[in-house]
Design a protein around this ligand. Structure first.
Ligand code: ZN
Length: 323
């Protein structure tokens, strides 16, 4: 019997050790970012931001391979090997540099491998470094690399978050309405809408009384704040996974909240109202509720997805915590 248990334990241990615990993964990432910082003199949070942006893009897109290593940055073959390099899978640091590729041998094994964590991260570090080490030049480098202002803005938002919190662990979430307040909601994403022509309902409506506090659902940056004829007074927050959290029909905003403000889960951002469906200030055309939407950016475009399962999950997690 003892030997049987030994065999069973032996069979299970190797499988478990394959999957690194999330904390280990964050530690390994931070260690690599700090190494890149030491080499390039560019602060670690720039690498953390680019890496996290790219990881999220790869999760959201089917045309890119899913990340397998500690680092999530994907450098396309032609960029790695050089645009005129006939050998798209070139791993020779010398010929790659001859063809103007950005690939380098980062870990000193003689091979420039675009699937190796150190090779990839240090290649990106060297690319940024070639522009300069201050914020303005890094921004120019990011613009030249991605050629999309929204991507640059999203990455710089993450830079701000990582710098401010000093940690990579920013993926906790909260339900937008505090538990002690009355509210109700059901799954209505994708339903037809009555106002504003042929649009589908891109969110979940959480019905609550006027003035009920509305809280941030995530760590993020306020990307948008103001009036829209459909959404009324509304706020948009971009989280660490490139997801945009949209809060509409608000009665008002929390003091001091501006575009660019850093928020965290559970932080007050406004209150429930019924604003919208007309020019600025229009209110009371429908019962008060929070319209909550979620959108994903994939590096090209942004689309709405159903927030209902997430709301349910965050609500459940908070109930468990309070018990
Ligand atoms: Zn709605």
């Amino acid at each position: 019997m003892k030997t049987l248990w030994c065999i069973i334990i032996f069979l299970f241990i190797p499988f478990q050790s394959f999957a690194a615990a999330p904390n280990d993964l964050y530690d390994q990432r931070m260690e690599l970012y700090k190494k890149a910082e030491a080499i390039s003199l560019i602060p670690w949070y720039y690498f953390a931001a680019v890496d996290q942006y790219e990881r999220s893009i790869r999760q959201a897109r089917r045309d890119l391979p899913k990340p397998t290593g500690v680092i999530g940055i994907y450098i396309p073959p032609e960029r790695w090997a050089g645009p005129l390099n006939q050998n798209k899978e070139d791993q020779n640091p010398f010929t790659i540099s001859q063809f103007g590729g950005i690939g380098i041998d980062g870990n000193g094994d003689g091979i420039a491998d675009r699937t190796n964590d150190e090779d990839v991260l240090f290649a990106f570090a060297r690319f940024l470094r070639s522009y300069g080490t201050d914020h303005t030049h890094i921004k120019m480098a990011l613009w030249d690399y991605y050629e999309r202002s929204k991507t640059v803005d999203i990455i710089l938002g993450k830079v701000k978050l990582y710098k401010h919190f000093g940690t990579l662990q920013l993926d906790q979430y909260a339900f937008p309405i505090p538990r002690r307040f009355e509210y109700s909601y059901r799954s209505t994403w994708g339903d037809a809408r009555g106002w504003g022509g042929r649009r589908i309902h891109e969110g979940t409506d959480i019905f609550a009384h006027y003035g009920t506090p509305v809280r941030s659902t995530c760590y993020g940056i306020v990307e948008l704040k103001g009036w829209n004829k459909y959404g009324g007074w509304r706020i948009g927050i971009r989280d660490i996974n490139n997801t945009y959290h949209y809060f509409a029909h608000l009665n008002g905003f929390a003091n001091g909240l501006e575009e660019g403000t850093i928020v965290e889960p559970g932080m007050l951002i406004g209150s429930v109202g019924s604003s919208g469906y007309g020019p600025p200030g229009t209110s009371g055309k429908f019962p008060p509720h929070l319209h909550y939407g979620m959108y994903k950016d994939n590096g090209y475009t942004e689309w709405s997805f159903d927030p209902y399962p997430y709301l349910k999950q965050w609500e459940r997690q908070e109930r468990m915590k309070k018990r």
